[in-house]
Ligand binder design. Structure first.
Ligand SMILES: [Zn+2]
Length: 284
């Protein structure tokens, strides 16, 4: 989410006040709505670009172009963007937005999974995944008491899953939930309602600090540089087998069917290795 926040700020400086010249869809599966059509955005002046959880909301003339980049999606800003129609179905291009000064951006998605999603709506709340978003941890309303209530409601569900559940807290994904738990020195499998007062405070501060630090690191970077910045700023996520830079232990991993989490045993689980469920199932 810090990258999405940075993208929103970057796009605000580039787009607000400009009119949309044309929008071309290259990956038909990306567009999740059909009324109003994409072409209705043509000629409308962009008023704002805001983040809602991990969604970006571009508001123009009473319409909203909302998109979710998903894991393999990205936004590529271009000072000069072709005015020719896009050719559907080829390459990573999903959507192209051209502005009145011929700048614009491409939404692209790497790989074969098609998860990038684009919506055109009159109200973002019409999108179910937006309407059900939990509170945003970067807002002032997100305080320690609110976090305590959210965790109490989550019962014995494991912290890792609760932190990245968009309906509980909006905007924290797989990478930053690993980072937050490492910073707070908490096990990803700890039951949400089992935190002491001190642990709750530590977790609250870790959420706020991890996200705001990542946004600070990304400040002023162009869209093209944000992904590299994200990787270099992560201390445990995606770093299985590397040394923890806090304690020197080897970073461990638990893998699931379609994702994995990384953690430091010494910092987070009292030195214990967490059971890798997929592996132990295979060994039975
Ligand atoms: Zn460590």
């Amino acid at each position: 989410m810090p990258e999405v926040e940075s993208l929103a700020r970057f796009l605000t400086t580039k787009c607000v006040g400009h009119a949309i010249a044309r929008v071309d869809l290259a990956a038909f599966s990306a567009l999740k709505t059909y009324d109003p059509p994409l072409s209705a955005l043509g000629g409308l002046e962009i008023e704002s670009i805001t983040r809602r959880g991990k969604f970006l909301d571009l508001s123009a003339g009473g319409l909203h172009l909302v998109f979710h980049l998903a894991r393999a999606g990205w936004l590529r800003w271009r000072e000069s963007i072709p005015d020719t129609p896009t050719r559907p179905g080829k390459g990573p291009l999903a959507l192209r937005v051209r502005l009145d000064d011929s700048s614009g951006f491409d939404l692209t998605e790497a790989g074969t999974q098609r998860k990038l999603a684009v919506y055109v709506v009159t109200d973002p709340e019409q999108i179910p995944h937006v309407a059900t978003l939990g509170p945003d941890p970067l807002t002032p309303e997100f305080d320690r008491d609110l976090l305590a209530a959210l965790l109490r409601n989550a019962g014995r569900s494991q912290l890792k899953g609760v932190l990245k559940d968009q309906r509980t807290i909006a905007g924290i994904g797989n990478a930053y939930s690993d980072e937050i738990l490492h910073r707070a020195k908490l096990s990803p499998f700890k039951p949400s309602n089992g935190l002491t007062d001190v642990e709750l405070t530590t977790l609250f501060e870790a959420i706020k600090n991890e996200l705001s630090d990542a946004i600070l690191r990304a400040e002023g970077l162009a869209a093209a540089d944000l992904k590299g910045e994200k990787k270099s700023g992560l201390r445990v996520h995606g770093r299985k087998g590397e040394q923890c830079d806090v304690c020197g232990d080897t970073i461990a991993e638990v893998s699931f069917a379609d994702s994995a989490l990384q953690y430091c045993p010494t910092c987070q689980t009292g030195g214990k290795l967490l059971a890798d469920r997929r592996l132990s199932r295979l060994l039975k």
